[in-house]
Write a protein that binds this ligand. Structure first.
Ligand code: ATP
Ligand code: MG
Length: 579
């Protein structure tokens, strides 16, 4: 295992795939390719090939940024392809969600030659013809063994497999059976089409892999037109070749499938279906992020058992969840670039994801004041009914973005933790007898507090110095160590704020078959009522802010209503985990 945390900057922007593509560009390997109509093809074509069977997650974001990013950076094309060869699990709802996610991440499948949005199911007729060709040319046969017999004859890692008794049946007989399979004459599992490679191969994937199976099932696009469906390992290379993909990038577990990928495209090229140079598969290590699970099955469990509030819960690693949490597309792209692309599996620290969103939001997000754990502060010598306007920069490094304005009044809200009766060493905030600056306002001196019958502090009292106002010449005469934020009690916006944290307490919640539900963080969501600077009333859904001293927050895109935004904490200002 490698920890990519410390190597992030070294790998940013560059990876072994770029090396391969640059070498191919230099040698002109794909330079002279054209379509059958003679239209020139770009020298780099990648693809993003999700199965439309669920919501995309952070791992898919990696694949999207990688494939679309390589195409963008080398003047190529990335095709958006739905790998919908498995009829039973796929739905239109997921197709729409995936297209949305890719667009939101900042990519699209258009280039000068048009839209490159494809569905593997559109190639079913071609795939079928190619399978007929493989049967006719003696490279494939219909096997009529039962599933149990086939499994028994497959052998194991240490033992070779045995040839099927149907392996040498005449091509004409196989062809006839295949056509009858297609015509719906047989039940699921009665026959299967396999290619003839080598039942003794040390690579199990070459032991006569199946390419077509009977499946009487309704497909989300082709309906009931087909009752036979191609297997993934057969369909994928064909999809790549039809789309003129040059670099077919996938995760490491497909390494052992590559020999079949190549074998199949060679046979089909001999048959005149494709032209060289053929697509080539490259594998990289999938993205694993600590404190995150990405298995679709387990994510579904979180949703169905109401452990989270839906697929777009801001704690979910789904793209819809991450988006609702307040991450920007730029922050995800930055994260994916920084994690690099390698050939060895490892874990990326969750802190890197948080660092990426901080780095992206810091220069962009307007500042605002929010009191999250409110305590009343009364300025006893401040005139009743007076409201004086204070101002602060929208962004400390961008004076051109102007100022925000908010009033100071006799009664304010401050953070509970900014007052104590008995200060520990080094505590510079409010305690009886101490002076602090109310940020962008006046210097005040604490005089005491009120308590309820349980001894809980319910209000703090102070006096202000009328000549100490920030931005006036008198301000400099006051030297105070503490500087606290506040909002006017009579003007503040009362708002629901959701403090989100990581969903699990274990960095690898489901590793080694562990029960991830035992590692749930009980404090992953806390809902509070906070008091915000009055200007926050106008916050629009999806708008992000830095609440000074607290972190980055976003107006929730689902639950905010005009004049009444609800905020989600995107991330705190500093990484406090494990400290
Ligand atoms: P499943 O096979 O369980 O349905 P999947 O995550 O493989 O899930 P696909 O829709 O097949 O889902 O994935 C689409 C693309 O995203 C594939 O090219 C896959 O390699 C890539 N991908 C999925 N998860 C990750 C990950 N964690 N890191 C990098 N790429 C990933
Ligand atoms: Mg998959």
């Amino acid at each position: 295992m490698t920890d990519t945390k410390n190597t992030a900057d070294a790998t940013a922007g560059s990876n072994f795939l770029r090396g391969i593509i640059e070498a191919d560009l230099a040698s002109g390997k794909h330079a002279s390719r054209t379509t059958v109509n003679g239209t020139p093809l770009p020298p780099v074509v990648t693809r993003f090939p999700p199965e439309p069977n669920g919501y995309l997650h952070i791992g898919h974001a990696k694949s999207i940024c990688l494939n679309f990013g390589l195409a963008r950076d080398y003047g190529g094309r990335c095709t958006m392809r739905f790998d919908d060869t498995n009829p039973t699990k796929e739905e239109q709802e997921y197709v729409d969600g995936i297209l949305d996610a890719v667009k939101w991440l900042g990519f699209d499948w258009k280039d000068q030659s048009g839209e490159h949005l494809y569905f593997a199911s559109d190639y079913f007729p071609q795939m079928y013809h190619m399978a007929e060709y493989l049967i006719q040319s003696g490279h494939a046969y219909v096997d009529s063994q039962s599933a149990e017999q086939m499994a028994a004859n497959r052998g194991s890692f240490s033992e070779p497999g045995k040839n099927s008794p149907y392996r040498d049946r005449p091509a004409q007989e196989s062809l006839d059976l295949f056509r009858r399979m297609k015509a719906g004459e047989f039940k699921d599992g009665e026959h299967i089409v396999r290619v003839k490679i080598d039942m003794a191969s040390p690579n199990m994937n070459l032991r006569d892999p199946a390419i077509y199976r009977i499946r009487h099932a309704h497909h989300h696009r082709t309906g009931d037109e087909w009752c036979i469906y191609p297997m993934y390992d057969y369909a994928h290379p064909i999809e790549d070749a039809i789309e003129h993909v040059t670099h077919s990038v996938c995760t490491l577990e497909f390494q052992d499938h590559r020999p079949f990928y190549d074998w199949l495209l060679e046979r089909l090229t001999e048959g005149g279906f494709f032209k060289r140079p053929l697509p080539y598969q490259y594998e990289f290590a999938r993205l694993n992020v600590t404190y995150v699970i990405t298995s679709k099955r387990k994510l579904r469990q979180l949703v169905e058992e109401n452990i989270v509030d839906g697929w777009d819960d801001p704690r979910m690693p789904t793209i819809v969840g991450i988006r609702r949490r307040g991450f920007t597309p730029e922050s995800l792209q930055l994260f994916c670039d920084r994690t690099g692309t390698t050939k060895s599996d490892g874990w990326t620290d969750y802190g890197m994801l948080e660092a990426a969103v901080r780095d992206d939001l810091d220069p962009k997000a307007p500042r605002a004041t929010a009191v999250l754990r409110p305590l009343r502060l009364v300025i006893d010598n401040f005139p009743e009914g007076l409201s004086e306007e204070c101002s602060a920069p929208v962004h400390p490094h961008h004076p051109e973005r102007g100022h925000r304005h908010f009033p100071i009044t006799k009664e304010l809200w401050i953070e509970e933790e900014d007052f104590t009766e008995t200060p520990p060493k080094g505590y510079f905030r409010l305690y009886p007898g101490n002076k602090v600056r109310l940020r962008y306002g006046y210097v005040v001196e604490c005089t005491g507090c009120d308590k309820d019958e349980h001894g809980r502090v319910i209000a703090v009292h102070c006096n202000y110095f009328a000549d100490s106002r920030s931005g006036t010449p008198g301000a400099d005469n006051y030297k105070v160590k503490g500087n606290i934020h506040w909002v006017s009690a009579s003007h503040a916006l009362e708002a629901e704020v959701r403090l989100y944290d990581r969903l699990f307490t274990d960095p690898q919640p489901d590793a080694g078959g562990k029960d991830f539900k035992l590692a749930l963080n009980p404090k992953s969501k806390e809902v509070i009522t906070a008091y915000l600077e009055q200007g926050m009333r106008a916050a629009l859904p999806d708008e992000k802010f830095q609440f000074e001293r607290h972190g980055y927050f976003v107006a929730d895109r689902v639950d905010s209503t005009p004049g009444k935004p609800v905020f989600n904490r995107v991330v705190t200002l500093k990484d406090s985990w494990g400290k």
